[in-house]
Design a protein around this ligand. Structure first.
Ligand code: RTP
Ligand code: MG
Length: 148
């Protein structure tokens, strides 16, 4: 099953949005396969955002993403990579549609609450950067005959 990497950025953790954000993916029906609160060091930040190296906002982006704890997650489901990007919304919260995470909670592009992998290749790369295989859970939700 397809997996994606989602990460609540330091602004989202500071604003106590972990519950609000994770609830949206749970309600949608996706499955949480891994999660941890962690602080990213500079080298991991530079590797994660390597595609943006040299851009004018790169230093600010690395400063921000290493400024406090993030909540890193792996989510699983059919077509989860592109569907999660729709749930996340446009990069600039001022352009993100209401109903998306960035549209509902974000204010400025540099502090846009959450990261989501943008392709299958990015998802695999980012999951590998942030999680060991033992930290990814493989489980099913069948057999819940006591939930209705
Ligand atoms: P992300 O990687 O964090 O999920 O965001 P994204 O795909 O929607 O956007 P991306 O182009 O990958 O940009 C990465 C992050 O860099 C910051 N940014 N600042 N000041 C600017 O013009 C600017 N452009 C991008 C944003 O925080 C964006 O999420
Ligand atoms: Mg991106």
């Amino acid at each position: 099953m397809e997996k994606t990497f989602l990460m609540i950025k330091p602004d989202g953790v500071q604003r106590s949005l972990i519950g609000e954000v994770t609830a949206r993916f749970e309600r949608k029906g996706f499955k949480l396969a891994g999660a941890k609160l962690m602080t990213i060091d500079r080298s991991l930040a530079e590797e994660h955002y390597g595609e943006h190296k040299g851009k004018p906002f790169f230093e600010e982006l690395v400063d921000f993403i290493t400024s406090g704890p993030v909540f890193a997650m792996v989510w699983e489901g059919e077509n989860v990579i592109s569907t999660a990007r729709k749930i996340v919304g446009s990069t600039n919260p001022q352009e993100a549609a209401p109903g998306t995470i960035r549209g509902d909670y974000g204010l400025i592009v540099g502090k846009n609450v959450i990261h989501g992998s943008d392709s299958k290749e990015s998802a695999e790369r980012e999951i590998g950067l942030f999680f060991n295989s033992e930290e990814i859970q493989d489980y099913t939700k069948d057999g819940l005959s006591w939930v209705y």
